[in-house]
Design a protein. Sequence first.
Length: 307
Amino acid sequence: MKSTATTETTTVVDSAESEGKSEAQEAAIFDKTTEKGEEEGLFRACMKSIRNAHKSANRLRSVLVVSGLFTDVKVYREVIVLFYAATNAMETRMLALKDEECDEICGKLLSLGYRFAPQYEKDIKTLYNLDDDGNNTNADLKLTVEKVLLKSTVGAKAYIETIENMSSGTELAGAAFCLWGALIIGGGAMAMPRVQSLCGKDACHLFRDVTGPGRSERKTKFIQMFDSLTKDEKNNDEKKDTNNDDGKSFKFDRIVTTCQECMKGNNELMTSVKINPWWLKYIVSTAVATVSVVAFYYLPKSQRERT
């Protein structure tokens, strides 16, 4: 990391500008991605349901970048602890429902082969310097996560608790669309070089399964999986009692609704980060000094002489 406030500020501003595009460009990319799903399919419906919240997410991400997401390890690690807590809750429930209740949707989602929680854990242990040579490592990890959650917002806690209490694959599919989709479909691969530059390669396990060759194929598989989740029910004439008036199954609508709620929950996680970057104090000091000099210059001559 840079050592001077001026250089660091320039880097932060440049990162914010290069991180995202204009809202119009972001919207065009979002719509293009949406169109990759089947017409009237679940993927498109989920994308449309999160459109407004996703726009807010882009703005929040820009704020986080300016606030030190990729320039201060403390900011970055708090962000991933919060997203780890939500993802771990989701994957834990998903595995339990698949094993205990043979939940079909959970089985389909898990067949994609993703388990991001263990990768988050490896990165968190690196970022918080938790030793990995004893039985206390997991206890230290749990304590670290609890400390971050303790100071998080009510909304962030409520979101994670909601995921912990999800009782069906339809609900968990909405959570997976947002928490997994952000890495697989979203900017996970693009974030890795910055994280590696800031934190080192040992803090980049999270991106292992979403970077490298085959990224396009992974996106396509994710989209196709979502479009398949409720297709049998929607098209099965023998299950008309499971459909709404518009022909969509209740599970279809439940996934879309949960997806919308979870996207707002993701935004709650981002707004919950309250750490100031290490370089902020230098900017504040510089600003105070500048204001003082300017104020002194504009004092009447008699007052300047007395000062």
